[in-house]
Design a binder for this molecule. Structure first.
Ligand code: CDP
Ligand code: MG
Length: 173
């Protein structure tokens, strides 16, 4: 009987290394771990002409952009987006900053996107952010810190719907 490469017998064919590799590759790409997160390149990022530099880091880290636009939030919409912080002392400043100029919200796709994106952008305060992170590289202060990243998959979904209609979200093949 002809023995398939990498297998013991025809009966063992489903466990041949090539089959196992192709199957796990397919599962990794399409099924189990794909996740989305919502980011905003904040008004300081746009003002400093860092849109390209930050998107370059995001794409090199393996994130796919599935939705993107440039808009200017009003104090009303910025206040709604950050409503969870409305009792915090920095809320007024945050709303004023986020509505001070255009910003670039994006929905990003990758396996483990929420957590991996928080790692990529670094701590809220750039002084505390790890070397090489977006905030460490480009942010001036805890308030004006270049970029937003969702803190959970559930919030990513809510925040994504805040900025984008279903037609504006297009997966990359
Ligand atoms: O953005 P991140 O999730 O890292 O931080 P947050 O605690 O959810 O706060 C949201 C945003 O509020 C931050 O990104 C800052 O722009 C701002 N903030 C601030 O101005 N002062 C603080 N003490 C904390 C947050
Ligand atoms: Mg947050």
């Amino acid at each position: 009987m002809q023995i398939p490469e990498g297998g013991q017998s025809l009966k063992g064919f489903p466990l041949s290394p090539a089959f196992v590799y192709l199957r796990s590759d397919f599962i990794n790409k399409h099924m189990l771990t794909m996740e989305r997160t919502l980011t905003i390149l904040k008004p300081d990022c746009v003002r400093k002409q860092l849109i390209g530099a930050v998107i370059d880091k995001i794409e090199r880290a393996g994130f796919r952009i599935v939705a993107m636009k440039k808009i200017r939030l009003t104090t009303q919409t910025a206040g709604e987006f950050y409503a969870v912080h409305r009792e915090r002392p920095f809320y007024g400043e945050l709303v004023a900053f986020m509505s001070s100029g255009p910003c670039v919200p994006m929905i990003l796709e990758k396996d483990n996107a929420v957590s991996d994106f928080r790692t990529l952008i670094g701590a809220t305060d750039p002084a505390q952010a790890a070397d090489g992170t977006v905030r460490k590289l480009y942010a001036d202060s805890k308030g004006e810190n270049i970029i937003h990243g969702s803190d959970s998959a559930e919030n990513a979904s809510i925040e994504g719907a805040f900025f984008f209609s279903a037609e504006e979200v297009v997966s990359v093949d």
